[in-house]
Write a protein that binds this ligand. Structure first.
Ligand code: ATP
Ligand code: MG
Length: 158
C-alpha cells in the first residue's frame, strides 16, 4: 500500500505521545516534504511500535526521544533515539536476536520476551530494508532502519 511516510510515522508517534505514562519529551525532526513509500502498513506499524516501546521502556523520566527521517538517493532512513540507559558495547549487535535481552536482572524487572526487535528485523527485511543500532551504556540508544524509496510514477513531479 502506498502511504506518505511522514504522515504515517507522525500518527504512530502521536499514539504513543498521547498515551505515555512517563515524563519523556518527544522531539520530531520530520520533513514536511511528501515521501511516498510502498509498505505493509500493519507490519511497519509493528516495527515502529516495538522500537518506540523500547525507547520508552528503557528511558528514565525526564528523558527525550527523537524521531528523524532522512532521504538520500533511493533510501529513506528512519532514526529513533533515546537518551536512556543504553546497551553495553559487546551486546549491541545481539539485540536483534530472538529472545536476547541485554541484562537479565534489569530485564526481569522490566518485563518482555526479547522478541520485539527480532520481529522488527524480520519485518524490515521483508521490506528490503536494513536495521541496526548504535548505543552507549549510560548515554542512550539509536535504532536506525531503512526503506527503499522510489519516485512515484503518478505524474506528480517535485
Ligand atoms: P519485548 O520487546 O519482547 O517485550 P524486550 O524489549 O526485552 O522484550 P527487544 O525489544 O527485542 O526485547 O529488545 C532486546 C533487548 O535489547 C532488551 O531486552 C534490552 O536489553 C535491549 N534494548 C532494546 N532497545 C533498547 C533501548 N532503547 N535502550 C536500551 N536497551 C534496549
Ligand atoms: Mg522490546
Amino acid at each position: 500500500e502506498w502511504v506518505e511516510f511522514n504522515t504515517f510515522f507522525n500518527s504512530i508517534i502521536d499514539r504513543f505521545e498521547f498515551s505515555k505514562s512517563k515524563d519523556v519529551q518527544f522531539l520530531r525532526f520530520l520533513s514536511n516534504k511528501e515521501l511516498f513509500v510502498e509498505i505493509d502498513t500493519d507490519k511497519m506499524t509493528q516495527v515502529i511500535d516495538n522500537i518506540i516501546s523500547n525507547a520508552l521502556k528503557y528511558s528514565p523520566d525526564g528523558g527525550n526521544i527523537s524521531f528523524d527521517v532522512t532521504l538520500s538517493n533511493d533510501v529513506v532512513t528512519v532514526m529513533i533515539a533515546d537518551d536512556g540507559m543504553g546497551i553495553p558495547q559487546a551486546n549491541v549487535k545481539r539485540i536483534f536476536d530472538r529472545f536476547y535481552r541485554a541484562d537479565r536482572a534489569r530485564s526481569r524487572a522490566m518485563g518482555g520476551t526479547g522478541l520485539g526487535l527480532a520481529i522488527a528485523r524480520e519485518m524490515v527485511m521483508a521490506h528490503e530494508g536494513e536495521i541496526w543500532a548504535e548505543s552507549e551504556e549510560g548515554k542512550g540508544t539509536t535504532i536506525f532502519f531503512t526503506l527503499p524509496f522510489e519516485l512515484q510514477e503518478d505524474g506528480e513531479w517535485g
